[in-house]
Design a binder for this molecule. Structure first.
Ligand SMILES: Nc1ncnc2c1ncn2[C@@H]1O[C@H](COP(=O)(O)OP(=O)(O)OP(=O)(O)O)[C@@H](O)[C@H]1O
Ligand code: SF4
Ligand SMILES: [Mg+2]
Length: 355
């Protein structure tokens, strides 16, 4: 983490990007039963009233089980998915749903999980980078574009000589570096990295994560870092947002969230991480039970069917995402019975009392 980490205090928090109450639904294809019974197709709520903000130069980690809406969130912010309702704001101004895509792409770029699928197999690395510079009219001459292509390759740790290679002729890690270079070509201020290391070997994962951290430090770029590996998220993020069934359940600074989560779901996710020190014993078995059918989420709190702290009131009404923790901090949780720090801090395992 750099020394230039943005403030995490309500008074000084100034968002670059804000999502306010964003909802996205997908209509599920009609089944034969629907057609015969005259029933309307079900709506899948991929995002439900998602509110979050990213500051300039900040790395916000987004975690949650498969299908919780992480990619839909990234795509909605990037303008690739239209929300049903809610508002996106960029430096305080509304980002129109049908606004200028090119203008939005200048500020917000995406890097995807599978670099091979996201690169054109018929173009050299140089041609791909050059194309972006040309489309966005970013250089005054061919010579300037050539120079910028070399600079972009160097920026992501690749030798400019590689520009004549095709995507299949470089390694997976190098391909992800090219994807990052292509995203950086327009000098965006926010990078949405959707599981950028999930398809890579462990050693290469660390290199790409270090590269993203270096780029944040050098360019001051903000990153929305989507991942399911909590260790990775902890390492790279200033703040972390935890999602479940399309909702934000908790947001906090990475240190605070990993030290003492306020939401039972976050607690469960953390307890599922294997601990290197056997003396530090897990306090819960992690998140148990099956993920509910997203087409039929539980009423009230979406986590109530798996929550060890659930009471009747949890099923009666949907909890709101509200400030949680010390006054002035930007911590939030969606739970009517948030965990106290006494309950959530890991304690050393006492060998004698448990033998
Ligand atoms: N185009 C689509 N049409 C129908 N349903 C969709 C579509 N895209 C996503 N979904 C559904 O929306 C929900 C959220 O999907 P999303 O891909 O955003 O989750 P995710 O958190 O990125 O999952 P993963 O970790 O597997 O990548 C899922 O239930 C998914 O099946
Ligand atoms: S609202 Fe209730 S069910 Fe939901 S997480 Fe909190 S304690 Fe658990
Ligand atoms: Mg995804």
């Amino acid at each position: 983490m750099t020394a230039n980490v943005p403030s995490r205090n309500v008074a000084t928090f100034s968002p670059l990007l804000e999502c306010r109450d964003i909802s996205v639904t997908f209509r599920q294809p009609r089944t034969a039963r629907d057609l015969l019974g005259g029933r309307k197709p079900l709506k899948l709520h991929a995002l439900r009233n998602v509110s979050l903000a990213v500051q300039a130069g900040e790395i916000l980690g987004v975690v949650g089980e498969s299908g919780c809406g992480k990619s839909t969130l990234g795509r909605t912010i990037a303008g690739l998915q239209t929300p049903d309702s809610g508002e996106l704001r960029w430096e305080g101004r509304e980002l129109g749903v049908s606004g200028d895509r090119k203008a939005r792409a200048r500020n917000i770029q995406m890097v995807f999980q599978d670099p091979y699928a996201s690169l054109n197999p018929r173009m050299t690395l140089g041609q791909m980078l050059d194309e972006v510079l040309l489309v966005h009219d970013l250089c005054a001459s061919v010579a300037e574009r050539r120079e910028r292509v070399d600079e972009l390759l160097l920026m992501v740790g690749l030798a400019p000589q590689l520009k004549d290679r095709m995507p299949h002729a470089i390694s997976g890690g190098q391909r992800q570096r090219v994807s990052i270079a292509r995203a950086l070509a327009v000098k965006p201020r926010l990078l949405i990295a959707d599981e950028p290391v999930s398809a890579l070997d462990a050693s290469v994962q660390a290199q790409i994560i270090n590269l993203l951290e270096d780029l944040r430090a050098k360019l001051g770029i903000a990153i929305l870092f989507v991942a399911h590996d909590l260790n990775v998220v902890r390492h790279i993020s200033d703040r972390v947002t935890v999602m479940y069934l399309g909702e934000v359940l908790e947001s906090a600074s990475a240190d605070a969230l990993f030290e003492a989560p306020h939401h039972p779901y976050t607690r469960g996710l953390l307890d599922a991480i294997p601990l290197p020190d056997p003396k530090r014993r897990k306090r819960t078995p992690g998140v148990t039970g099956d993920l509910p059918d997203p087409l039929r989420p539980p009423g009230g709190c979406s986590f109530s069917s798996r929550c060890p702290h659930a009471v009747d009131a949890c099923k009666a009404a949907r909890p709101v995402l509200e400030p949680s923790g010390k006054p002035g901090s930007i911590r939030e949780a969606r739970c009517i019975r948030p965990l106290s720090s006494a309950e959530t801090t890991l304690v050393p395992f006492d060998m004698h009392s448990h033998s």
